[in-house]
Design a protein around this ligand. Structure first.
Ligand SMILES: [Zn+2]
Ligand SMILES: [Zn+2]
Length: 268
C-alpha cells in the first residue's frame, strides 16, 4: 500500500486524465446486456474500455513521477526510473505496454525487457488504469441495466469489491477499486460468502476511525470494511472517495487480520 498523501494526490490528478479518455465507440444492445446481468457476467465481457497507447503511457509515467516525488532518497529511484523509461518509450513500446497490462504476466515481462522494477510497475500501471476504467464505467453504467446486480464483484469490470458503505437509506453499496462503480448488495449478509445467518457476522471497531468499522464473518473467515453513513458528518456524502478511504483506514485491516480474518474470505 502506497502512502495516503501520494494516493490522494494521484486521485486528484486522475480526474484530469479521465477527462481525456474517450468512451467506447458503441454499446452492446439491451438483450445482450440483460443476458449478461442475469448470468452474472460483468459488462467488460461485452465491451472493452478504450486505452489509447500514448494516453496510457502518459498516465503511467505521471503516476511514477508523482510517486518519486512523494518518496525520499533511494526509495525514489525505482519510480523515477519507470517515469523515465515509460515517458521515453517508442510508439511500439507504448502499444506493447497497453497489451501487457491486459495480459496475465504481461507487465512483469514488459518490466524485465525494459529493466524496471516489475512489482512497482504493476502497482503503478494499476493506478494509471483507474481513470480509463472510471471513464469506461461512467459510459457503461449510464446504459446497462445494473439495478438488479447483487453479486460481490463489480458489474462493470468484474473486480472484487474492496469496501462498502451503508447509505442514509440503510442500503449497502459495494465499491469497485478498479473502476469506481458502486452497486447495491444485500444489507445483512456477509459480502464475501452471502451467509444470511446474522449471528455469524460481528463488528470490530477502532474508535478514531468511526463511522468506519469491520464486519467479520465466522462462516467464511472473511472481513469487509464498511462506512456507516446514517449518522451524517463529512463522510456521509455519496461522493466520498472510497478508494482513498480504504487507504486511510488501514488500522481496521490490521485489527481484522490480527483477529484471524482475511480480506475477501477464506482461500477455498
Ligand atoms: Zn469495476
Ligand atoms: Zn462470510
Amino acid at each position: 500500500m502506497q502512502s495516503y498523501e501520494f494516493l490522494k494526490a494521484w486521485r486528484e490528478r486522475a480526474r484530469t486524465w479521465q477527462a481525456k479518455v474517450p468512451a467506447p465507440a458503441s454499446m452492446p444492445n439491451d438483450v445482450a446486456m440483460d443476458g449478461a446481468v442475469l448470468a452474472g457476467d460483468p459488462m467488460v465481457t461485452l465491451v472493452q474500455p478504450v486505452l489509447p497507447a500514448d494516453l496510457f503511457a502518459g498516465a503511467v509515467a505521471d503516476v511514477a513521477g508523482l510517486l518519486a516525488a512523494y518518496r525520499a532518497g533511494d526509495e525514489a529511484k525505482a519510480p523515477a526510473a519507470i517515469a523515465a523509461v515509460v515517458g521515453g518509450a517508442s510508439a511500439d513500446d507504448r502499444a506493447a505496454l497497453v497489451a501487457a497490462v491486459l495480459t496475465e504476466g504481461g507487465v512483469a515481462a514488459w518490466a524485465a525487457a525494459h529493466q524496471v522494477d516489475p512489482t512497482l510497475l504493476g502497482t503503478v500501471a494499476g493506478l494509471a488504469l483507474q481513470p480509463f476504467m472510471a471513464r469506461f464505467a461512467v459510459a457503461v453504467t449510464a446504459e446497462a441495466p445494473l439495478g438488479m446486480w447483487r453479486r460481490n464483484y463489480c458489474p462493470t469490470c468484474g473486480s472484487p469489491a474492496d469496501v462498502c458503505r451503508i447509505d442514509t437509506d440503510n442500503i449497502r453499496m459495494l465499491h469497485c477499486p478498479t473502476c469506481d462503480t458502486q452497486w447495491e448488495h444485500h444489507r445483512l449478509t456477509c459480502v464475501n460468502c452471502d451467509t444470511e445467518d446474522t449471528q455469524k457476522v460481528n463488528i470490530l471497531t477502532v474508535e478514531t476511525l468511526e463511522p468506519w468499522r469491520v464486519e467479520v464473518c465466522e462462516v467464511c473467515g472473511g472481513y469487509t470494511k464498511s462506512l456507516d453513513q446514517r449518522h451524517g458528518g463529512h463522510l456521509a456524502m455519496p461522493s466520498v472517495d472510497l478508494f482513498l478511504e480504504d487507504a486511510r483506514t488501514l488500522a481496521l485491516d490490521v485489527l481484522a487480520e490480527q483477529e484471524g480474518y482475511r480480506r475477501g474470505g477464506r482461500v477455498q
